[in-house]
Design a protein around this ligand. Sequence first.
Ligand code: GLU
Length: 309
Amino acid sequence: MKKPNSQPKNNTAGQTYRGRFAPSPSGELHFGSLLAAMASYADARAHNGQWLLRIDDIDQARVVPDSAEHIIRTLEQLGFEWDESIYYQSRHIRDYRQALNTLNEKKLTYPCFCSRKQIKTRSSNGIYPGTCRPDNQAEQTGTDKECAIRIRVPGHPLNFMDQIQGDYTQQLAQEVGDFIIYRRDKVFTYQLSIVVDEYLSNITHIIRGRDLIDSTPRQIYLQQQLGYPTPIYAHIPLAVTPQQLKLSKLSRARKVRCDLPTLVQAARFLGQDIAPDNHYQSLQDFWQHLFDIWQLKRVPKMEKIEIMY
Ligand code: GLU
């Protein structure tokens, strides 16, 4: 893929800006994912930074055949140009295992034998009550050899400054509980895998949907335990249907159309002062204008945007 012509500019930490878009190949690219792709791409290019494409295919059972190829083709048809070769999570299992070993060595993890049903009966709010923590071993009731691996969470609050949503704090112990990093069916979880991915790809800026903001403190906690730097985060509003359904396969979101009006509509939803589509001669012309005028601070600070789609 083509690289930007100009020299990369440094972010405040003195590193080259590196952003990314990381779709899961569980269906076509819909308008909600287009917003995340556009916001991360435009912000990277507006900083003369790099922008990478990652396919989050760790959970092979959820992968819809050919959807990664469809997503990649749709992005190409919309004029996105990424740097470097595409990163596939499924090729990094050894890296996730290494990270898990590091956490095991730090004695932060423990096997958990509880079924969902058992957790439900033991916890009124659905938060894992720490049944299998080694210090509670007398209570451990599991008999099967198959187990998940959980990580202990700290008692103190985790806080970060989101570039769109502002100050965000979560009490991991009360709001999340010790969480799973390796599933009983032998799959590394989203939380652990993407923390390793961002580190391996030297990602400095993460722009993604608002539905993932409550995962961010878990990811920051894992970064801290693994000795990785924490990127800068920005969470864009979630695109929902007028019935408040997330634009995804569940709400039968249609594949995005690969044309200028779609791009202009997406840029407007992201609050950018973009011209009508007949102003642009080509997709390249649109993108160059968007990079020139892009301002992250114009992206609306709200939880959801309703999209008639
Ligand atoms: N693969 C995730 C998804 O499609 C997004 C991961 C992320 O941006 O952190 O929902």
